[in-house]
Design a protein around this ligand. Structure first.
Ligand code: GEK
Ligand code: PPY
Length: 241
């Protein structure tokens, strides 16, 4: 169903900043699977975690839902619940495709797909929120306010699943970068594709260290933060209110 990601195969004189446009939406499942180590596990376990932390009569959010992979995992994991699942993304191209995937697989609780900026859209009555590889694309100065609004909207005992590409403060950075690039190469990306994608995301995907993430999650109002998954420089945290 998804086409192969060939967006950076040809040489570009100057590489434009990466954006979630229709060309990216078209190849997205292939792109994310070949670019993010552990992506499939992160999505599947987000469903398992959501089922554990969901509370009756609440909302489950998938913020920056793209094609709705986590939305679908939550819906499968919560088949007989009265929760509402809300997927939000500001890319119309992504949401249109998410709508098709959801229509093909409509078993489980109701899902709303909303085209909006997650930094602006209200979040309310949440028990579980997934922010899966999205905070890294939000301007750093807006990140605390988004996480604080999520924490504020989350009921006691509710949770945030935060998945991110992270940065390291020491020599671990170059080891993790090398292994990540080896992963991409093993998945069929050429050195040119890897280099051009790296320039495209340089100014838009801004990773931070684990320490910054943990301190900010606490400052936002979450009482406990655990790292439940890591594959190279891609990490997933569970933050419980
Ligand atoms: N301000 C914003 N408001 C709304 N959406 C945004 C914003 N900024 C970026 N996005 C959206 O966040 C998504 C990031 S992809 C998430 C993968 C998904 N979670 C998955 O588990 O498959 C991750 C990646 O491509 O590395 C894109 O769909 C953007 O349009
Ligand atoms: O970090 C990278 O090198 C990536 O390619 C991650 C990524 C995956 C999908 C869209 C944008 C960035």
């Amino acid at each position: 169903m998804s086409e192969r990601d060939d967006i950076y195969t040809r040489p570009h004189e100057s590489v434009a900043d990466f954006e979630f446009n229709s060309a990216v939406a078209r190849v997205f499942p292939d792109m994310i699977k070949r670019s993010v180590p552990g992506y499939a596990e992160t999505v599947a376990m987000s469903g398992i975690i959501a089922a554990r932390y969901a509370q009756p009569g609440t909302n489950l959010y998938d913020l920056g839902c793209s094609l709705g992979a986590v939305t679908l995992a939550m819906r499968h994991a919560l088949k007989n619940s009265d929760c509402r699942i809300i997927g939000i993304d500001n890319s119309q191209s992504m949401l249109e495709r998410a709508g098709h995937y959801l229509a093909l697989d409509d078993d489980g609780p109701e899902v709303d797909l909303i085209c909006a900026d997650i930094c602006e859209h209200p979040i309310e009555n949440a028990s579980v929120t997934a922010l899966n590889f999205v905070l890294q694309f939000i301007e750093p100065e807006k990140r605390l306010s988004l996480l604080s609004r999520i924490a504020e909207a989350t009921c006691d005992g509710g949770a945030l699943i935060l998945s991110e590409k992270i940065a390291f403060s020491d020599s671990e950075q170059s080891i993790q970068d090398t292994l990540h690039h080896d992963f991409k190469r093993a998945n069929g990306y050429s050195d040119l594709e890897i280099a051009q994608k790296r320039s495209a995301i340089e100014n838009v995907l801004i990773p931070e260290t684990e320490e910054v993430h943990r301190d900010r999650l606490k400052a936002a109002g979450f009482s406990q933060v655990i790292r439940w998954y890591q594959c190279f420089n891609f990490v997933s945290y569970l933050a419980v209110k």
